[in-house]
Design a protein around this ligand. Structure first.
Ligand SMILES: [Zn+2]
Length: 404
């Protein structure tokens, strides 16, 4: 090769390299500058209650304080969760209080880099001080134990959103799981009068009505009653991935009309139809085929269980979605109703599989990169990363709560 040719190739390489660096700098710069709000993280239940200290980088799980920082997270709603069967004999309300105790203890040990916000003013203070702003979201209306006083108590302890249901229905609100998969088990569908009272009281107190996990009837009943914008803290798009608790086009349009926001859940099975179908097949006929084939070599059930688990994971690994597939959910909402109604509610530490490259809370900048690549304006990206949720927070939360 002649010298001139080599120089030319080197120059082309340099220009390309400069282009790549400039691009990575610009998306990182934009990402760090933007306010990133994630509306759903389950680390309180999965790590803290197991005694893991998220003040330091931990090997397991998806989240800890150093990694939130790396991912550019400014505001995080921590999910307070317990299933319908209480962990302790006093019941689910007590479980919720224990999780709030855990969060308070984390915040008190990390006052230099974290703040628990109970009003909008504190959110602003935390942002100004460049601390991680933590808020409490209670995941499941069952935790108020059908008692308005307990709703009030959880509010006084800092609850600033509550999903009306989790997968389980209450006597006053039906869940997406029950409305779709177990309709015969339902005593009633949608919100009862008490359920409507709960929504009204949440509006008055300044607790955001979260409609993730709720059935369609509950969703529409709540939208009709609320006088504030609603949140779907961790739900994806049904038209792309038709699973029971993703949101349909008419629901997306209703949220837009209400001025609310839908925050995309990153779980592979809510992002990719192929992943969901493979997972369902594996749990059903796939499991039987696998067990039959293994029976002659490993009769021991413990071995069988282990092999099955490995096989299940390997098979699902093959169909994990890409970041582009995740961004398709954002795109879908933006194309359907505009860029004011999409947000991020990843569900880190609450899900077993995530899109390739989105393995923990350090990876959020890749969404910014992907949206920039798709031609989104900086203004639009900032809305999706946080401003849309901030708008809903501002409309619901009190500006200042005395004595908090
Ligand atoms: Zn959930």
């Amino acid at each position: 090769m002649r010298n001139g040719m080599i120089k030319k190739i080197n120059l082309v390489c340099l220009v390309l390299l400069a282009g790549v660096t400039a691009n990575s700098q610009s998306y990182n710069k934009l990402h760090q500058k933007a306010i990133l709000v994630d509306t759903h993280n389950d680390v309180l239940s999965s790590a803290v209650l197991d005694g893991k200290d998220i003040s330091h980088r931990i090997a397991e799980g998806h989240s800890d304080l150093p990694r939130f920082k790396e991912g550019g997270v400014d505001i995080q709603f921590f999910s307070v969760f317990t299933g319908p069967d209480a962990r302790n004999k006093e019941g689910v309300f007590k479980d919720a209080n224990q999780e709030i105790d855990s969060l308070e203890s984390i915040v008190s040990r990390n006052r230099d880099r974290m703040i628990l916000a109970t009003d909008y003013k504190k959110v602003k203070v935390g942002l100004r001080q460049k601390k991680l702003v933590a808020l409490i979201g209670v995941e499941g209306g069952h935790m108020i134990e059908e008692d308005m006083q307990k709703l009030e108590t959880l509010y006084n302890r800092g609850m600033r959103y509550m999903t009306l249901t989790w997968n389980n229905s209450t006597n006053w609100a039906s869940s997406a799981m029950d409305e779709t998969l177990n309709p015969d088990r339902l005593k009633q569908k949608g919100l009862t009068d008490f359920g409507k009272q709960v929504v009204r009281r949440m509006n008055e107190l300044g607790v955001i009505v979260d409609l993730s996990h709720t059935g369609e009837q509950t969703f529409y009943d709540a939208i009709a009653v609320t006088n504030k914008p609603v949140l779907l803290s961790h739900s994806s798009v049904w038209s792309i991935c038709p699973v029971f608790r993703n949101v349909k086009d008419d629901q997306i349009k209703a949220v837009a009309k209400n001025g609310g926001v839908i925050c995309i859940n990153f779980y592979s099975g809510f992002i990719s139809k192929e992943f969901d179908q493979r997972s369902e097949w594996l749990k059903g006929p796939g499991k039987k085929i696998f067990q039959d084939s293994l029976f002659s070599v490993a009769k021991d059930s413990a071995v069988m269980k282990m092999r099955w688990h490995e096989y299940y994971q390997e098979e699902l690994e093959k169909v994990r979605p890409t970041i582009a597939q995740l961004a398709d959910h954002i795109d879908y909402i933006v194309k359907l109703v505009g860029d004011d109604y999409a947000g991020i509610g990843a569900d880190y530490d609450g899900v077993g599989s995530l899109p390739i490259g989105m393995e923990d809370v350090t990876t959020y900048p890749k969404i910014t990169e992907e949206l920039l690549k798709r031609g989104y304006s900086k203004k639009s990206i900032k809305k999706i990363l946080g401003k849309n949720v901030l708008r809903v927070m501002r409309a619901n939360l009190k500006y200042a709560v005395a004595g908090k």
